[in-house]
Design a protein around this ligand. Structure first.
Ligand code: TXA
Ligand code: MG
Length: 309
C-alpha cells in the first residue's frame, strides 16, 4: 500500500499487548479488537496522537471520536452522568453501548476528539484485549472504526490492513469481532431524555424518534461503502452481481443460512469486504427482516447502498 509506516501485526498475547501499550504511550496508532468492530486507537489526551487518527482515516475534522474508558469512575472524569445515563451504564457497560453526554470542560482530552461539541461520546468496551490495553495504559483511548473514512468497517485484522496498511503503527490480532456491528449510540440530554443516534447491538426499546431521526455527525448518508453499486432487497440476482444471501436466499456469501440475525450482524462486514474484492462489478443483498438487530443491519446497508457524491 506504500504508506509512511511499516505496520506491525501483533499477537494478542503478553508480548503483543506490551508492545501495543508502548506504541500507544508514545502517541502511536494501534488497531485494536473490540466486541463490535476493530477500533483505531490513540491516546485521547494527546493532540498529536488524535491528529494522526484523522490523518490515517482521511476523516473530516468535524466528525468527533468515541473515547473508550476502563471504568465508570474514569468516565466520570470526562462527562456528566444524569440518572438516565447512570442507569444505562450500570445495565450495559462493559459492552456495545456508547453514551453521548454533556462533557466536563477542562478534562484532559485533546480538543479535536470532540470536534468542538459540548458533548462527549464515551464507551466502556467488553473485549478482554481492549480492556487490558485501557487498564495498562491508564489513559483513555480515542478509537473510531479502523477503516478509511466512508469505507466498510473492519471485523478482522485483514479488513484493517485492506485500508490502513502503511498508515498505522500496528494491528493487534484478536481474531474476528463477536458482534460485528458498531455500538448503539444513545445521547442522554441534561434534561434526562434519551435519544438513539445510531442503532446497534443493544436495542434501547422502540425509539420514539424512529430511524428517520437518527443522526450523529458521522452518520453521513453514504458510509460503509464497498466502492461499487449495492442493490438491496434482492430476491434474485443478475450474472454480474455478487450476491450476499440470507435465510431462504443463499448467496456467494451468506449472512446466515438459518435466518439468524445475530449471526448475520457478525458476518455483514466480512461479506461486504468479500463483495468489494470480488471481480463482479455490482453487489446485491437479499432482504433482511427489519426487526431486532436487523434494524441496525439495514441502517448500515442503506448507507452502503448510497452512492458517494
Ligand atoms: O463500536 C463502536 O462504536 C466502534 C468501536 C471501535 O468502539 N467505534 C466506532 O467509531 O464506531 P466511529 O468513529 O466509526 O463512529 C462513531 C460515531 C460517529 O458517527 C460520530 O459522529 C459519532 O459517533 N459521535 C462521536 N461523538 C459524538 C458526539 N459528541 N455527539 C454525537 N455523535 C458523536
Ligand atoms: Mg466508523
Amino acid at each position: 500500500m506504500g504508506g509512511k509506516y511499516a505496520t506491525e501485526t501483533l499477537d494478542a498475547d503478553e508480548g503483543g499487548i506490551a508492545r501495543a501499550v508502548h506504541i500507544l504511550r508514545d502517541g502511536g496508532l494501534v488497531a485494536v479488537p473490540t466486541e463490535t468492530v476493530y477500533g483505531l486507537a490513540a491516546r485521547a489526551d494527546s493532540d498529536t496522537a488524535v491528529a494522526r487518527i484523522y490523518e490515517a482515516k482521511g476523516r473530516p475534522s468535524f466528525n468527533p471520536l468515541i473515547v473508550h474508558v476502563a471504568s465508570l469512575e474514569q468516565a466520570r472524569e470526562f462527562a456528566e452522568f444524569p440518572p438516565a445515563a447512570q442507569r444505562l451504564a450500570r445495565e450495559y457497560w462493559p459492552g456495545p453501548l456508547t453514551l453521548v453526554l454533556p462533557r466536563h470542560r477542562g478534562a484532559r482530552l485533546a480538543p479535536a476528539v470532540t470536534a468542538g461539541l459540548e458533548t462527549l461520546a464515551l464507551r466502556m468496551p467488553a473485549h478482554p484485549v481492549m480492556r487490558a490495553l485501557l487498564e495498562r495504559t491508564g489513559f483513555p483511548l480515542a478509537a473510531p472504526s479502523a477503516n478509511r473514512s466512508g469505507f466498510i468497517s473492519p471485523t478482522s485484522p485483514a479488513h484493517v490492513l485492506a485500508s490502513l496498511d502503511g498508515r498505522i503503527d500496528a494491528v493487534l490480532d484478536g481474531g474476528e469481532c463477536e458482534r460485528g456491528l458498531e455500538s448503539t449510540i444513545a445521547a442522554v440530554r441534561a434534561d434526562g431524555s434519551v435519544e438513539v443516534l445510531r442503532p446497534g447491538p443493544i436495542a434501547l426499546g422502540p425509539s420514539a424518534e424512529g430511524p428517520g431521526r437518527i443522526e450523529a455527525p458521522g452518520q453521513l448518508a453514504s458510509h460503509y461503502a464497498p466502492g461499487k453499486p449495492v442493490r438491496l432487497m434482492a430476491s434474485e440476482v443478475a450474472p454480474d452481481e455478487f450476491w450476499i444471501g440470507f435465510g431462504e436466499h443463499p448467496g456467494e456469501c451468506t449472512l446466515s443460512a438459518s435466518g439468524d440475525l445475530t449471526e448475520a450482524a457478525a458476518r455483514l462486514y466480512a461479506c461486504l469486504h468479500e463483495g468489494a474484492r470480488s471481480d463482479k462489478p455490482r453487489i446485491a443483498v437479499a432482504p433482511i427482516p427489519d426487526e431486532g438487530i436487523g434494524i441496525a443491519i439495514n441502517d448500515r446497508l442503506r448507507r452502503a447502498a448510497t452512492p458517494v457524491d
